[in-house]
Design a protein around this ligand. Structure first.
Ligand code: SF4
Length: 369
């Protein structure tokens, strides 16, 4: 299959592995953070880490939108469904993420709340159209990749005068999270030598928003695709920059990403959303200007205003190390609950539930100590 098979070619992988081993034969260590959970899964699904020399280490980043959503926001969504009796539409990954008091969206649904799993924002609109007597809330989460479809849904609802549809907005922005990780390096966050930058996010925002990383932190960034050869080539590009003492943003994922991204999607986002002053990320805390709210011009479609609920102070399940895993200071297997108490069938934290979570990647591809 074009754009798939050619990026999974074993002979090319062996050649890249030899090039990486030669480039990294310098006596130093290379700590490369793969920002996205999609990269983490590619690394373990295809055994990319095993093709690296011992001094090249991938550090897992916070690039999993389900994982970084704090428990308090799931509590709020459940409260909207239970206290206001709305139909809450959400993506499958979120259903089993633990909320406070051992609750989850799935358990709330089993308890009678009208919570439905959807595949796209269009599904939520269709539910609203079919049931005008119900208030339908889209539980919208994700990085910049999934923000434009939410904006389209909001604009469609406005255009159709769909008065029973609103959005609980939890869209977050990747550059502030990267800035936090690099700012805090050494203070509970691992020291990094280079970044494998977000790829799908960059199809929307472009590679330009990451140029602050070399400018302010002196670290190279390579926007990396999600196939195994993409990851390996990107690692080689980073190692070559590090060896040369350079730091710039390079784009390995040229088949999808440009420096300026998708201006139409960006304009849509700017019209429908505005930045929040601050927003909580699991593992990283409250980060300024790191998330979006529905802009004032579309305020009547904001579920937080239409269905107010008390803020929650949800805290992680005791022993779950998701916050440390998301900061890159712990590996999933460092968590005492990994594979014993915590498994995909009985997850204790979001990182074991999400299809992009690091703990799920270690479990799925047999990375045990
Ligand atoms: Fe949390 Fe489970 Fe991962 Fe441990 S293994 S950090 S409990 S999700």
């Amino acid at each position: 299959m074009k754009y798939i098979d050619e990026f999974r070619d074993g002979a090319l992988a062996k050649g890249l592995a030899r090039s990486i081993a030669a480039a990294a034969d310098t006596g130093r260590t290379y700590r490369l953070m793969e920002f996205c959970g999609g990269h983490t899964h590619a690394i373990y699904r295809y055994g990319v880490q095993d093709l690296m020399p011992a001094n090249v280490r991938f550090v897992h980043g916070p690039g999993c939108p389900v994982c970084v959503l704090p428990m308090a926001r799931i509590d709020q969504a459940i409260a909207m469904a239970v206290e206001h009796g709305v139909t809450l539409c959400t993506y499958g990954d979120l259903m089993r993420v633990p909320a406070s008091e051992r609750n989850s969206l799935l358990k709330a649904k089993a308890g009678g709340a009208d919570i439905r799993m959807i595949y796209s924002t269009q599904d939520a609109l269709a539910i609203a159209r079919k049931a005008p007597e119900r208030q339908v809330v889209l539980f919208a989460i994700g990085f910049e990749t999934t923000t434009p479809p939410t904006a389209v849904a909001i604009k469609s609802a406005r255009a159709e005068r769909l008065e029973n549809f609103s959005v609980f907005c939890n869209h977050v922005l990747t550059p502030p999270a990267l800035a936090t990780i690099l700012t805090a390096a050494g203070e509970g966050v691992v020291q990094l030598d280079g970044i494998l930058g977000p790829s799908h996010v960059s199809t929307v925002i472009g590679s330009r928003p990451y140029e602050f990383v070399p400018a302010a932190f002196g670290k190279p960034v390579v926007i990396a695709g999600f196939e195994p050869l993409d990851v390996m080539q990107s690692a080689l590009m980073l190692i070559r920059q590090i060896n040369a003492g350079q730091a710039s943003v390079e784009n390995q994922y040229t088949r999808a990403v440009t420096r300026d991204g998708n201006p139409k999607a960006q304009a849509l986002m700017a019209e429908v959303f505005s930045p929040r002053e601050t927003f909580e990320w699991r593992g990283l805390g409250f980060l300024p200007a790191s998330a979006l709210r529905i802009a004032g011009a579309y305020a009547e479609l904001d579920a937080e205003q239409r269905f107010p609920v008390a803020p929650s102070t949800g805290r992680e399940i005791k022993g779950c190390e998701c916050p440390s895993v998301l900061r890159g200071v712990m590996e999933p297997t460092d968590c005492k609950l990994f594979g014993s108490v915590c498994t995909p069938e009985n997850p204790m934290g979001a990182c074991m539930v999400s299809s992009e979570g690091a703990c799920a990647a270690y479990w799925s591809y047999g990375r045990f100590r």
